[in-house]
Design a protein around this ligand. Structure first.
Ligand SMILES: O=C(O)CCC(=O)C(=O)O
Ligand SMILES: [Fe+2]
Length: 281
């Protein structure tokens, strides 16, 4: 049976495939939130009655998740023993999750159908108002599921990519709020003093979002400090990630593929100028 993306998306509330005033007004509205604080949530992007099918899709592939554990500061950089211990560059936290690589979903994947739906990526591109915007061409990383459970988590950090498009599919029993401090740094200023206040839980600087299954989030995380609050309970948290990049046809480096997804494919090696039978440990 062919999966039709628009059967899963609430196209009445989000008429993203029909060019006209409703779509234009929607994009303008979403784009103004992006400009203002680098984040917008499309509540109920998925039709409520179809969410169970996405949960089922994640349940079907979750055993293929590749676990990642790191201990990192918000910048993913080395420690700086020359600085005071309170400095943001010296604040290290445990970060862990599992990514289900994109090639596990099979031809009947609803997530794949949404990512490949011709109306989807032009819509996201317009909301972000990005000139260079292409679906990631990495067969392990274009559509992934980010899996986390109690004890795992995403502590305070800035993303190394410009934007993230995520679809909430299942929440843990408790915890798992998305907290962010919009535009706390910029291209010209790190603002370590303000970052330190956020790390010290100054609530006046922090926005909290409760994402529910079916909500689509578009977030620019390079300049907005953010985290997911600790997860509680036995239920796994599933979030799908749709990945886009600034150049057409891009794939990740062999090292990054190995680190995040636990595997390297011939295309990673070829693009890196390595023989396709080269081994990476
Ligand atoms: O899972 C999420 O909602 C966001 C996680 C995150 O911030 C990240 O992976 O960089
Ligand atoms: Fe992030």
């Amino acid at each position: 049976m062919k999966i039709v993306a628009s059967d899963y998306i609430d196209t009445v509330r989000y008429p993203i495939s029909i060019h006209g005033p409703a779509r234009t007004a929607l994009i303008d509205d979403l784009n103004s939130s992006i400009v203002k604080d680098g984040c917008v949530v499309l509540k109920g992007f998925l039709r409520a009655e179809r969410i169970d099918e996405l949960v089922h899709e994640c349940d079907r592939v979750e055993m293929h998740g590749h676990r990642n554990f790191t201990r990192t500061n918000p910048y993913f950089t080395q420690d700086r023993p020359d600085l005071p211990t309170s400095h943001p560059l010296r604040r290290f936290y445990d970060r862990s999750n599992a990514f289900v690589p994109a090639d596990n979903f099979g031809p009947e994947s609803i997530l794949r159908a949404i990512f490949d739906w011709p109306a989807f990526s032009p819509f996201i591109k317009q909301v972000l108002d990005e000139e260079k915007f292409f679906p990631y061409a990495d067969p392990l990383a274009d559509v992934t599921v980010n899996l986390a459970e109690a004890g795992n988590g995403f502590p305070w950090h800035f993303d190394t990519n410009n934007y993230t498009v995520t679809l909430a599919i299942q929440n843990a029993e408790a915890g798992g709020n998305f907290e962010y401090s919009p535009r706390v740094r910029s291209t010209i200023a790190e603002n370590y003093d303000i970052v330190e206040k956020v790390l010290d839980d100054d609530r006046s600087l922090i926005h909290t979002l409760r994402l529910e299954p079916g909500d689509l989030q578009i977030f620019k995380g390079r300049y907005s400090l953010h985290r997911v609050t600790p997860l509680l309970g036995s239920r796994k948290r599933y979030v799908a990630i749709f990945s886009y990049v600034e150049e057409s046809g891009m794939v990740s480096s062999p090292q990054r593929a190995k680190e995040l997804y636990g595997r390297v494919l011939p295309i990673h090696l070829e693009r890196a100028g390595m023989r396709s039978d080269a081994l990476i440990d």
